[in-house]
Unconditional design. Structure first.
Length: 224
């Protein structure tokens, strides 16, 4: 699977043009429109990966890319709230509790310290959970092609908590850390943005391929 991810973009007939466009969009992704277009391309890449296609897609039908990118943004944002909202609620609850103890002038320092540690651990766990499940939700949306699939909790969780997806997610993490670090360093001379685009295509490939293998979705399975 890792080898397929590495060569996924390179096998495309117009991979140079695709990489240049992707790198430019990455460079401009701080702006709304280019960032959404880029997300739309990743949707298309995930769909191709899940369907067992060996080559990455091209940047065509930009209107469709924008719509798909907007939908992926919604899916990603909502799943991020899985970590954000509980963390905010915990902060409020712990803050109220600490204030109450402080008012009683009994063990306020200990309560504050324990509350901070508890909040940190809870936020970390929820953040990791969202980071793990979020890509599976995005992959399910890309495969099915409708926004509701990004919130089909039963299907998403059934695919996410499998060995196939877990291995793919870990491979994507390694790719992001190692190659993403190199791309980040090269960003100082612009070429890094093209490397980062290539790395993200690999990452989305791995997420989608792992989820497709775990759920049996897509037209065919390429295995590992």
């Amino acid at each position: 699977m890792l080898s397929d991810a590495l060569w996924f973009l390179k096998r495309s007939d117009d991979w140079v043009a695709t990489t240049i466009i992707g790198g430019v969009l990455w460079l401009l992704s701080v702006l709304i429109f280019p960032g959404i277009i880029l997300q739309g391309y990743f949707v298309r890449a995930m769909r191709a990966a899940a369907n067992g296609e060996r080559a990455a897609p091209s940047f065509t039908d930009w209107g469709e890319l924008f719509v798909d990118g907007l939908k992926l943004f919604v899916v990603t944002f909502v799943w991020a709230l899985v970590a954000l909202v509980p963390a905010i609620l915990l902060s409020v609850i712990i803050g109220i509790g600490t204030f109450t103890v402080s008012e009683a002038a009994t063990g306020s320092a200990a309560a504050s310290s324990a509350g901070g540690v508890g909040l940190g651990i809870a936020s970390l766990v929820l953040g990791l959970l969202a980071a793990y499940i979020g890509p599976a939700a995005g992959a399910n949306f890309a495969i099915e092609g409708n926004l509701g699939a990004g919130f089909d909790v039963r299907t998403i969780l059934s695919g996410a908590f499998t060995g196939e997806y877990a291995v793919a997610w870990l491979l994507a993490l390694v790719v992001t850390v190692v190659l993403g670090f190199i791309g980040g360093l090269l960003s100082a001379i612009v070429v890094g943005f093209f490397v980062l685009f290539y790395v993200q295509v690999m990452t989305y490939y791995l997420w989608a391929r792992g989820f497709a293998d775990a759920t049996g979705k897509g037209r065919q399975s390429t295995g590992w």
